[in-house]
Design a protein around this ligand. Structure first.
Ligand code: UT7
Length: 394
């Protein structure tokens, strides 16, 4: 086994590595209301056949509670799994692009609910890669000695700002949350290599018009959005970026595809995952897939898939796990995690969401009833100031 200081990529990452940041706790929160492809077909010109054959998706979740509420359940499970309490935590990173409020930040809401009175609390938004960027940040802070114990959350509440009139995007996304606990450790485990990047030349291919201060004071109803979304371009650039990042991070860690026991990728489209696996030389049997049941939960996809891989017994002690992801920006990454010895929780939390009394379709139809797609908001959402200099994308 190579020592960490023999690995050039890791030396660049942190020249005086003293400790590792082991993942010792994990937990998820999936809202119970299920939106099927047939539900979507009741108000969109689409079909189960189209959605399933183009994306691999059959259903996704719609939350009846806030993103912070989902996060608190996920974090409570992760803390119980690690045998810790809120007051043991030094740092909370809330990875998401769907914040309940701009100010105060969302991590502070989680901090208050879990009693993490000593913790620093920050939000990280790199869209779908937010959890992975957060995991890299928290790991670096632990390895540098700044903090000893951290919680990293990946959560998304996309149903509240979805443009339900646009079949190009409305069929793709879902809500959910998951979290991990990181603890300083002298044993080699946790994140051992990372490639983080951003293909900013393609940032115009994925824009949610209506989110952010650029739309303030323009008669835009908050929640009423128009998505600029060039699916085929994003598809190609996502596969290339994730595959190249994966090949680079494996080389940095002096690993080959054969050394990767499990890939836990971002779940945007089954075809993207299959292309990535082929490009990276890893058979699909070693790839975790949840896209059929949860759709694309943006920042929540990787941590939810990781938690389910543990629940399914697909993470073995000492396993080497690769996590490639991409999202708006277009940010991308590939991480390599070496798992520790423990693959079962130390404890379980009884924290759970309140019951949901509505169907997912009822929740969506409530949003649709208040959105006016996009009559009142149209001028503000399509204001010419948001059109950037065009870039060659294809
Ligand atoms: O996490 C980052 C988020 N971004 C992504 O994940 C996007 C990555 N891109 C993709 O996953 C795929 O490009 C999509 C699933 C979005 C689209 O699949 P595609 O095979 O690239 O289809 P397309 O966009 O080329 O559209 C093919 C046809 C079009 O009709 P025409 O022009 O051929 O007549 C679309 O209008 O399918 C039509 N279409 C639909 N039909 C039924 C688009 N959406 C739908 C729909 N139902 N929901």
């Amino acid at each position: 086994m190579l020592s960490v200081n023999d690995r050039p990529g890791l030396q660049a990452f942190c020249p005086t590595i003293m400790t590792y940041a082991a993942i010792t706790g994990w937990g998820k929160c999936m809202p119970p209301a299920i939106l099927t492809n047939d539900d979507l077909s009741t108000f969109l010109d689409t079909s189960d056949e189209w959605i399933n054959s183009r994306t691999g998706m059959r259903e996704r979740r719609v939350s009846h509670v806030s993103a912070i509420d989902m996060s608190v359940v996920a974090v409570s499970q992760a803390l119980a799994c690690a045998g810790l309490e809120g007051r043991d935590i030094d740092l909370i990173i809330y990875g998401s692009c769907s914040n309940d409020e701009g100010v105060p930040n969302s991590a502070s809401g989680v901090q208050l609910a879990i009693g993490a009175t000593r913790a620093a609390a920050m939000d990280v938004n790199t869209a779908c890669t937010s959890f992975c960027y957060g995991l890299a940040t928290a790991t670096a802070m632990i390895r540098s000695g700044m903090v000893k114990t951290a919680v990293v959350i990946g959560v998304e509440l996309i149903s509240r700002f979805m443009d339900w009139s646009n079949r190009n995007v409305a069929v793709l996304f879902g809500d959910g949350a998951a979290a991990v606990v990181l603890q300083a450790s002298d044993v080699e485990s946790g994140l051992i290599g990372s490639v983080l990047g951003c293909d900013a030349a393609a940032r115009e291919t994925l824009r949610v018009r209506g989110l952010g201060l650029s739309y303030a004071n323009k008669d835009v109803r908050f929640g009423d959005t128009i998505w600029d979304f060039d699916g085929p371009v994003i598809f190609k650039r996502a596969v290339t970026a994730m595959a190249e990042a994966s090949i680079r991070v494996m080389a940095d860690c002096r690993l080959t595809a054969d050394d990767i026991n499990l890939v836990v990728p971002h779940q945007a489209n089954l075809r993207i995952i299959e292309s990535l696996a082929k490009y990276s030389g890893i058979p699909m049997e070693r790839v975790m897939v949840t896209v059929h049941k949860y759709g694309n939960m943006s920042a929540a996809t990787v941590p939810v898939a990781l938690v389910e891989a543990l629940e399914d017994g697909r993470v073995t002690p000492g396993a080497t796990i690769m996590m490639p992801a991409f999202g708006g920006g277009l940010t991308y990454c590939s991480l390599i995690v070496k798992w520790g010895d423990r693959v079962t929780p130390l404890g379980l939390s009884d924290k759970a969401l309140p019951p949901c009394t509505k169907t997912a379709l009822e929740l969506v139809n409530e949003s649709r009833a208040v959105h006016d797609a996009h009559g009142r908001s149209l001028a503000g959402l399509m204001s010419p100031e948001f059109v950037e200099a065009s870039v060659a994308l294809r």
